[in-house]
Design a binder for this molecule. Structure first.
Ligand SMILES: C[S@@+](CC[C@H](N)C(=O)[O-])C[C@H]1O[C@@H](n2cnc3c(N)ncnc32)[C@H](O)[C@@H]1O
Length: 372
């Protein structure tokens, strides 16, 4: 036995403790601990300011530090050692010098993405993901015993993964908007930079575009680009507000409907479609419709998670998409979406994986309508 090596059991024990870390982070966001620690502070002063218990707060801060959410200086020092606290400095909240628990402040990544006021804040998006995963966990046993849920009919009032079109619209205002602003829109811009056709494209369709921040970011890249955000009517109302707020009304418009049943327009040069095909009742039918909506030579860029065939890659994709699969939604295996595009008549299909999207690694599939 090598005493320095990690025991094989550890990976399962780590799973059991992950809820403690997630709950610690949730509390830190919801109690305002993270926002407060943009400025360095010790536990006692922070507890006083947020009306928390000093000992409980000290333990929470140490947990967050162990997770890499916080940096710590001066741990174990007492009042007289304050000047030795280093770059984090003194407790700005009047709690005196570095106390025995140390002075904490946010790590740069947590400051950029987990504080409520940050420009790229994903705090609400993260809280949403946590809530939805916790909700799913409670029903997992039911699904295993009694089978996956029945897919929702596309024409009912219930379009969302766990609720109705109104819930998609609410998501478009909060968590999808946060993820688009911080992650999806910059990634979409990067994907388009690799695509020669983007330079000439004049008509963009952002299919299932939610709050429309991807279409907005792409329009901001190229002044000749005009575009339409297509989604359920309740959701495109959110996109319309965002378009108006950025003064892009003359170039971007919205169209409300369902990809499953309604017209999505024609003669588009470029269709962007990310994390949407999971929710349509028939992927092949949706792909035929998208092909017909492109002009000859037009390009579809579809970005979706697919289930990896390698175990090492599957471990970070399968759990995220299990709720959708248990609800009877589609999550294709790697390569299946590209194969379906080929069957639908798309040509010159390329695929690459990217970790620069929300949640798990996404497969970017670029496919073209042939020029006769
Ligand atoms: C997970 S969100 C992705 C939003 C956006 N494409 C992105 O990547 O950030 C799924 C979007 O697809 C839309 N959607 C789902 N089913 C749809 C359908 N049948 N027709 C139109 N939009 C649909 C939802 O309203 C939602 O805005």
């Amino acid at each position: 036995m090598n005493l320095e090596q990690t025991h094989e059991l550890r990976r399962w024990w780590d799973l059991a403790v992950a809820p403690v870390q997630a709950e610690g982070l949730r509390l830190a966001i919801e109690l305002g601990v993270l926002d407060a620690l943009v400025e360095p502070a010790g536990a006692a002063a922070l507890a006083q300011r947020l009306q928390l218990h000093p000992v409980g707060t000290a333990h929470l801060l140490e947990l967050l530090w162990s997770m890499g959410v916080l940096e710590r200086q001066g741990h174990g020092r007492h009042d007289g050692d304050a000047d030795a606290a280093g770059p984090v400095g003194k407790d700005a909240q009047g709690g005196g010098a570095a106390d025995a628990d140390g002075i904490y402040r946010l790590d740069a990544g947590a400051r950029a993405y987990l504080t409520q006021g940050a420009e790229l804040s994903c705090a609400k998006a993260w809280l949403f993901r946590l809530r939805s995963m916790r909700g799913f966990v409670d029903s997992l046993g039911e699904h295993v015993r009694h089978g996956p849920g029945v897919p929702k009919p596309p024409l009912s009032a219930d379009h969302g993964p766990s609720g109705g079109a109104a819930q998609w619209a609410a998501a478009a205002r909060v968590q999808i908007a946060q993820e688009q602003r911080a992650v999806t829109a910059p990634a979409a811009v990067e994907v388009m930079r690799r695509l020669p056709e983007f330079q000439q494209a004049q008509r963009l369709l952002d299919l299932g575009g939610g709050p429309g921040l991807v279409a907005i970011a792409l329009a901001q890249q190229r002044s000749q680009l005009q575009g339409v955000v297509f989604d359920f009517p309740e959701t495109v109302a959110v996109a319309a507000e965002n378009i108006l707020a950025r003064g892009l009304g003359p170039r971007l418009s919205t169209r409300g409907g369902s990809l499953a049943t309604d017209d999505i327009g024609s003669d588009h040069d470029l269709v962007w479609c990310s994390s949407v095909l999971h929710f349509v009742p028939d992927i092949e039918a949706a792909l035929h419709k998208i092909l017909a909506a492109l002009r000859p030579g037009g390009v579809l860029v579809a970005v979706h998670a697919e289930l990896p065939r390698e175990q090492g890659e599957a471990c970070s994709v399968v759990p995220w998409y299990l709720p959708l699969r248990m609800l009877g939604r589609h999550v294709t295996h790697e390569g299946e979406l590209a194969a379906a595009m080929a069957r639908a008549g798309f040509v010159r299909i390329e695929q690459f994986a990217s970790g620069q999207f929300p949640m798990a690694v996404q497969q970017v599939v670029v496919a073209r309508r042939d020029v006769p």
